[in-house]
Unconditional design. Structure first.
Length: 279
């Protein structure tokens, strides 16, 4: 009789353990998996028209959004399974290292400093640093920026380039987002905004800024956009490179370019080859 009680108690404990394990394994909201879960968390920008923008309706648009949606699809996720996470320039590396997102497509320029902290798939777009100024501005070359008020975003390569080489005597103002820089340019608080030409073209094409601004047309740097993944996640890196290669070959890449940049008359570079960085 005593033995039967012990056996019954043991069985109860075992049943509870199995139930607990089953509960744990049923949690599919795992952005760390490479397919098959309910959700995948993807980092993008929320304030860059034509690149990554959160619309008033709550939907998302832009070239990076289209690229990320395509990549996520190749990883096994439908658009409805993507959870978009805002990743500002200064926090992208931290978001990956913390595991907040599975990958980032957020006008993320590949450079040697960042490659020490994250791995990059791509590049999937070659952009160039440029200036956005008012239509009547007399700024036409980089040296004209010395002594002027120039706006860029904290943590961006554009801000670093200005301070180091482009116009070290410019009065650099760093804000948390480009929308703040554009508003400052419109009000006259700054004389120019600098970042990638693709981003500037997106802002200039918005209806509320129509005919107010112009691109200076300067190729101040080469910006190779890559998809950032957590350092050492070689499996995901390989899959994303494969997805990007297919996106170019099946025509989806060019469709995304035309859709997002065409209205602004942006002259994009041809699709870069995977692993080929343009210096």
């Amino acid at each position: 009789m005593q033995l039967r009680k012990v056996t019954a108690a043991s069985a109860a404990v075992l049943a509870l353990a199995v139930a607990a394990t089953a509960c744990g394994s049923s949690d599919k909201n795992d952005s760390g998996s490479s397919g098959g879960g309910d959700k995948i968390k993807v980092g993008i920008k929320f304030d860059q028209p034509g690149i990554g923008l959160k619309e008033p309706s709550g939907s998302f648009s832009g070239f990076d959004v289209d690229v990320a949606t395509y990549v996520a699809g190749k990883l096994g996720y439908k658009p409805s399974q993507i959870e978009w996470v805002e990743t500002k320039s200064a926090d992208r590396e931290n978001a990956l290292s913390r595991g907040d997102v599975k990958f980032i497509a957020a006008s993320y320029s590949i450079n040697d400093e960042r490659k020490q902290k994250v791995d990059f798939a791509g590049p999937y777009l070659l952009a160039h640093q440029d200036l956005l100024v008012k239509k009547d501005s007399d700024i036409s070359k980089a040296t004209d920026l010395n002594g002027k008020k120039l706006c860029s975003v904290t943590g961006s390569t554009s801000a670093q380039n200005v301070q180091k080489t482009i116009a070290p005597k410019a009065n650099l103002k760093e804000y948390s987002g480009y929308s703040e820089c554009i508003a400052a340019l419109q009000s006259g608080a700054v004389d120019a905004v600098t970042t990638d030409d693709s981003i500037l073209a997106g802002f200039a094409s918005q209806d509320k800024y129509k005919d107010q601004f112009k691109l200076a047309g300067l190729k101040l740097s080469n910006e190779n956009y890559g998809v950032g993944v957590k350092k050492g996640d070689s499996a995901t890196l390989k899959k994303i490179n494969g997805a990007l290669t297919t996106m170019v070959s099946d025509g989806s890449w060019q469709k995304a370019v035309d859709k997002n940049f065409g209205p602004a008359g942006y002259k994009n570079e041809p699709a870069p080859k995977i692993g080929q960085i343009v210096k």
